[in-house]
Ligand binder design. Sequence first.
Ligand code: ATP
Ligand code: MG
Length: 348
Amino acid sequence: MSRVKDNNYNIKNYNISNESNYLSENAISVKGLKKSFKKLTILDGIDFDIKKGTIFALLGPNGAGKTTTIHILSTLLLPDKGTARINGFDVVKEVDKVRSLIGLTGQYAALDEYLTGRENLQMIGRLSRLSHLDIKQRTEELLELFDLVDASNRAVKTYSGGMHRRLDLAVSLIASPPIIFLDEPTTGLDPRSRLIMWDIIKQLAESGTTILLTTQDMDEADHLASRIVVLNGGKIIAEGTSDELKQMVGTERLEITFINTSYFEKAKEVIQVEKFHADNKMCAISFVTTGGVHQLRQVLSQLDEANIEVENVSFHSPTLDDVFLILTGHSTEHSNGKEEEEKEVPKQ
Ligand SMILES: Nc1ncnc2c1ncn2[C@@H]1O[C@H](COP(=O)(O)OP(=O)(O)OP(=O)(O)O)[C@@H](O)[C@H]1O
Ligand SMILES: [Mg+2]
């Protein structure tokens, strides 16, 4: 996708409505939002504001309440309590106004598999009540932008996963909405397609679009978003820039790798740190340290006393994964069922 590599998009916000019922720098404002399904509390009073023209990430593991939040903000679901405003318009009381301002790319593609890519775009253009001329122009621009011109006359059911995702995003942009919701835009994409999608998202924000995206991927939130909310079990457990979140967890992460599985397994039993992360695949243990060299010396002597051989020791800057581990006691990988685990050991 050469255009993406060249960073040479031509994203324009045609006819973007600046309509707003009050002058606010916030495109999205959420206060005290609550939602339950039967007796199960899904959102337990969440608050956040998103400035116009920025990328905001809602980061959380499976079942955190990300899609529920997006559905409420895009008027597909009613909240039980609290308010949510899009450019000042209430998502419950001013549904039409809100819908005219937003585009949604859901977690699962909402495309007609039997229509071609071009026909999907045209159909949504008609449903969005665009003029014939606008539909024609926007369709061709978006096919070009998302590198789908060659595939445009093929039924969508023949598209690859990455093409589906790109077309799905293109469709949500047909009416040039100033605010878009992207629910896990890169889940299931290969690394190259993920980078392409990141580029497109960044370009959209640069052109003035406000983007709320959800992700389970620390790296994605880190790369794209100027502000991040960490959602867990329907509650916001942290909010800030990625640097602020990283600062919350200490200054450095210490990683120790072991030469074989038996040393690694033994190390998990003897190591005395408050919380550590064990990567079974890499035979590595890591933890956030504020104690620096002093703590390193302590841990190495614990391992030495147990006759455990260490392969490598390294210090890293903390990642957003570390933030999650510190805040919740488990990492995002853990919740995805990957081969990693965490252990809490009482303080010495
Ligand atoms: N219509 C519904 N009826 C009952 N429970 C629901 C409904 N929709 C969602 N839930 C539950 O609400 C919780 C949060 O779901 P939600 O889809 O918002 O999570 P998520 O953060 O988007 O997770 P994922 O990363 O898996 O997409 C889950 O436990 C889910 O099973
Ligand atoms: Mg979801």
